[in-house]
Design a binder for this molecule. Structure first.
Ligand code: GCU
Length: 331
């Protein structure tokens, strides 16, 4: 009887092991992940961490190849590819996503979050889960990444809001973003991230706006040396998976979807740590390099807030409820 039991046990073990790949064996699924940031940037490093965690947690059954530096294309195009299943995963800015899914415009409202802690309080809670859950069509929302606060930087120095009037400022490819900058009095133009440097060089734009690591990693800081620390927006980023990839993973083993979700959350937490270090470092490096960072006064920022406030009047009742909930979560 004992022998029979032992034999049965070994059969069960053999069957369950057969599902997993042996060391050196080929993975069952190879998937592609895109990021438009350079390979050493926090989000791309977190993408590689995600890939490593998925490989470990799936016992090598899933391999995720990370393509940084916009190698798969610009953010808008890669998102389109994710939506039809040509790319499996990506990390993208909410400023890009909200052009496709307007519900996300709420998260790009100017001066919505009062601090990084406030933003994470929101994203780590019910509201963050709600936004992740609405991305559940051709692409699936997996986890949040940090991207700090965005400020304006220009080729010629600006000291006040009136200096911004009629300056040509690049915005992300998103009409709401243009609206915000029009309210600030700027002339706006939508340009893909990867083309901003050459447009600054050609002086077809007077400036752009972004966080410090982007400003430094892209070389924008070589041309637009003046940063006006208006911190008009904290724009989170999101890791998404295509529905096609989800179906392929599910076909191997439904439990692997939990592995993906867990690894995505771990990668988000890892990115947040990297972000905190990199954001400070990029700011320091900008100053060391000779870029001029202007810290506006409280009264000056009040003027910026006042100028963009009409954007809040355009919200419908449901969006306003979410905004109120977000505001109530301020630490
Ligand atoms: C940030 C973000 C990018 C985005 C860029 C932009 O740098 O990380 O994903 O493309 O902003 O301004 O377009």
């Amino acid at each position: 009887m004992r022998k029979v039991l032992l034999c049965l046990l070994s059969i069960i073990l053999l069957v369950s092991c057969a599902k997993k790949t042996e060391e050196g064996e080929k993975p069952l699924l190879i998937l592609r992940y895109g990021d438009n940031q350079p390979d050493y940037y926090p989000t791309t490093r977190a993408a590689r961490y995600f890939s490593q965690r998925v490989e470990e947690k799936s016992d090598g059954r899933i391999k995720i190849e990370v393509y940084g530096d916009g190698r798969l294309g610009n953010e808008n195009d890669v998102f389109r590819m994710v939506e039809y299943g040509g790319v499996d995963f990506m990390r993208l800015s909410i400023g890009t996503l909200s052009a496709f899914y307007p519900e996300f415009q709420i998260l790009q409202l100017p001066y919505l979050f009062s601090s990084s802690a406030h933003m994470w309080n929101v994203l780590d809670g019910k509201v963050g889960d709600y936004f992740l859950s609405i991305l559940n069509g051709d692409s699936i929302g997996l986890s949040w990444f940090d991207a700090g606060a965005r400020s304006v930087y220009t080729i010629e120095k600006i000291d006040t809001l009136s200096d911004l009037q009629d300056k040509v400022i690049r915005t992300q490819e998103n009409d709401k973003m243009e609206e915000i900058f029009s309210l600030l009095g700027a002339s706006t133009i939508q340009i893909p991230y990867g083309s901003v440097y050459s447009e600054l060089m050609r002086k077809t734009i007077d400036g752009a706006e972004n966080n410090f690591p982007s400003y430094m990693y892209t070389g924008h800081s070589d041309v637009a040396r003046f940063v006006f620390l208006d911190e008009h927006m904290r724009l989170p980023e999101i890791m998404v998976m295509s529905r096609k990839a989800m179906e392929e993973i599910k076909a191997i083993d439904e439990d692997l979807l939990d592995v993906i979700k867990e690894a995505a959350i771990e990668a988000g937490i890892y990115e947040r740590q990297l972000w905190n270090e990199e954001e400070e470092k990029a700011k320091r490096d900008a100053i060391i390099k000779g870029c001029i960072v202007t810290y506006p006064s409280y009264d000056e920022i009040e003027k910026w807030k006042e100028a963009v406030s009409p954007i809040y009047d355009t919200l419908d009742a449901e969006s306003m409820k979410i905004v109120e909930e977000i505001k109530s979560l301020d630490e």
